[in-house]
Design a protein around this ligand. Structure first.
Ligand code: SAH
Ligand code: SF4
Ligand code: F3S
Length: 524
């Protein structure tokens, strides 16, 4: 890699589009901050950009196809345009595909994996300044070094700097700049047999608790009131003090011990920050965070200590996103999930005994190799038994490089996957309607996010002669239930966005609560 100092922002316009999960959304925010600090400007119009970046997801083929179709279209635009246009593919797909992607799609100028984003400015700089022909000038990927701990430590130091140097930009944030993500763990050590994430995001690495708390405080100081902590198996967070290298006296990010940590006790005298400790610290040390949430929970190793902290901390949301993936023990075993249906249910019952109101969401995969009709029925039964408020339901998508890809033929025909997908969605629909319906007559606390989209569409047409409709606001309860309510005539929408307000629920749809404002906070 050339050691050119990346100062070349010079007002170049960047278009950045994000696919995939919240980790990618956060990465895009960090990239934006990093590039803006170097003088790049951002545009929402790809046609006027000098640099087009796609932050990609590899979790299913469909996610990759979306990004590839954008790459195809941008390739045509590049050919037709007479000015220099840099096209970069960043994120999980860049990491999974590797440098070979440049040969298959010659219109791509640079590739940068999620573990190398601190090197992105250099890659863009190289691409803007010259026709970089040396591969190392165009590609930053962890490749198979991502699980070698010696190199990992060095790479993580730089990545940690990227999180730490976070320039939260209230103008670009959603929910009136009141909601933000904070990463606590990178990577994943679980290796579920279908999943590409351990390969694209690398080994599990835990950030030092002080850095996390500082970041939450910094966000709170900028007006953020809702923080969502991110990790692939967020409850596995565990930091052993004194065990990691220090950088300038600070604690460094720490390679996770994986599941082993939950089977052994910490060395005598070692001070450990568990996930429960971390939640309690953020809750107590940053009281202006009105809502503290976390995703994604893993159904194993979720101790009573975490549930007790949730119960005792009013500003921690009564919400768990805890994917079951299947209701069949045989399928769960083939997926390498490491728990049985009975253990999953034991956790749900335990969670409800601590938090009677907790709202439970999850993910299911249908059509996993060897899944029979009976296995599928077991998933449907689990959806009913748990009473999930919602589930993301996915058709199994074989991912190159995973164990399932190598060892298990994708033997459930697509038409069967589609049928099971629709059938499970229908079951979930009934369950969601019951869960939402049970809120009628209750008063819930709603974090107001925006003017409801339907309402915005209607009021936007006022000048076309349409009857001015009433304005409706939308937001979410602590349990993540979408709630819509009418804006009273004497209250402005802007004064409510980003606030937590009481709403009396008057009715419910399958995935939505309807209600009316039950009191406006004095400051509105
Ligand atoms: N770490 C989280 C999940 C991250 S991936 C967890 O373990 O729960 C998000 C979801 O995508 C998964 O929960 C799973 O339901 C789905 N998924 C992952 N790989 C998939 C694949 N190959 N095919 C279909 N769905 C998949
Ligand atoms: Fe993928 Fe499993 Fe890790 Fe979740 S826990 S990211 S599904 S390997
Ligand atoms: Fe996709 Fe990578 Fe997230 S594969 S789901 S963007 S961790």
């Amino acid at each position: 890699m050339h050691t050119v100092t990346p100062t070349a922002g010079n007002g170049f316009q960047v278009y950045l589009e994000t696919f995939g999960c919240q980790m990618n959304e956060l990465d895009s925010e960090l990239v934006r901050g990093q590039l803006a600090a170097l003088g790049y400007r951002f545009t929402t119009n790809a046609a006027e950009a000098d640099v087009v970046l796609y932050n990609t997801c590899s979790v299913r083929q469909q996610a990759e196809n979306k990004a590839l179709s954008r790459v195809g279209l941008m390739g045509i635009r590049k050919q037709e345009s007479d000015r220099r246009l840099v096209l970069g593919v960043i994120g999980c797909m860049a990491e999974r595909e590797g440098a070979g992607m440049l040969k298959r799609y010659p219109q791509i100028d640079l590739l940068c994996g999620p573990g190398e984003l601190d090197r992105l400015p250099m890659l863009i700089d190289n691409a803007l300044k010259a026709d970089a022909s040396v591969l190392a000038d165009r590609v930053a990927l962890q490749g198979n070094t991502s699980r070698r701990t010696a190199t990992l430590a060095a790479a993580e130091d730089n990545l940690e700097m990227l999180d730490l140097s976070r320039a939260f930009d209230p103008d670009r944030a959603t929910s009136g700049a009141r909601s933000a993500y904070v990463r606590i763990t990178r990577g994943c050590n679980k290796f579920c047999t279908y999943c590409v994430v351990p390969y694209t995001r690398g080994a599990e690495v835990h950030r030092p608790p002080d850095a996390i708390v500082d970041e939450c405080r910094m966000l709170a100081d900028q007006g953020v009131v809702e923080i969502t902590l991110l990790g692939q198996t967020v409850n596995h967070y565990r930091y052993e003090h004194g065990a990691a290298l220090t950088v300038g006296g600070e604690e460094a990010a720490q390679v996770g011990p994986g599941l082993g940590a939950f089977r052994r006790t910490a060395p005598v005298g070692a001070r450990v920050t568990s996930f429960a400790d971390l939640l309690a610290r953020i809750h107590d040390e940053v009281p202006s965070i009105a809502r503290l949430r976390f995703v994604t929970s893993y159904p194993r190793d979720f101790g009573d200590d975490i549930l007790a902290v949730m119960r005792d901390s009013p500003r921690i949301c009564r919400y768990l996103h805890v994917p079951a993936q299947s209701g069949s023990n045989r399928v769960l075993k083939t997926m390498n999930r490491g728990y049985t249906v009975e253990e999953y249910l034991e956790f749900i019952d335990r969670a409800r005994s601590f938090l009677p109101d907790v709202s439970i969401a999850g993910d299911f995969i249908v059509g996993f190799p060897t899944e029979t009709e009976e296995d599928f029925e077991a998933s449907a039964a689990l959806v009913r038994r748990v009473g999930f408020k919602n589930n993301f339901i996915f058709k199994y998508s074989p991912r190159p490089g995973t164990t399932a890809w190598d060892r298990l033929p994708d033997d459930v025909p697509d038409e069967v996957k589609r049928r099971r997908n629709n059938a499970l969605l229908a079951v979930q629909g009934e369950v969601s309607a019951e869960v939402h319906g049970a809120y009628a007559g209750r008063t819930v606390e709603v974090f107001v996010e925006q003017i409801s989209q339907q309402s915005a569409a209607r009021t936007g047409n006022v000048e076309l002669g349409w009857a001015p409709a009433r304005v409706q606001m939308s937001g979410r309860t602590g349990g993540d239930l979408i709630t819509v309510f009418d804006l009273p005539a004497d209250v402005s929408a802007a004064s409510l966005i980003g606030r937590v307000v009481p709403v009396r629920v008057t009715g419910a749809g399958t995935l939505i609560l309807y209600g009316e404002l039950a009191g406006v906070p004095a400051a509105c």
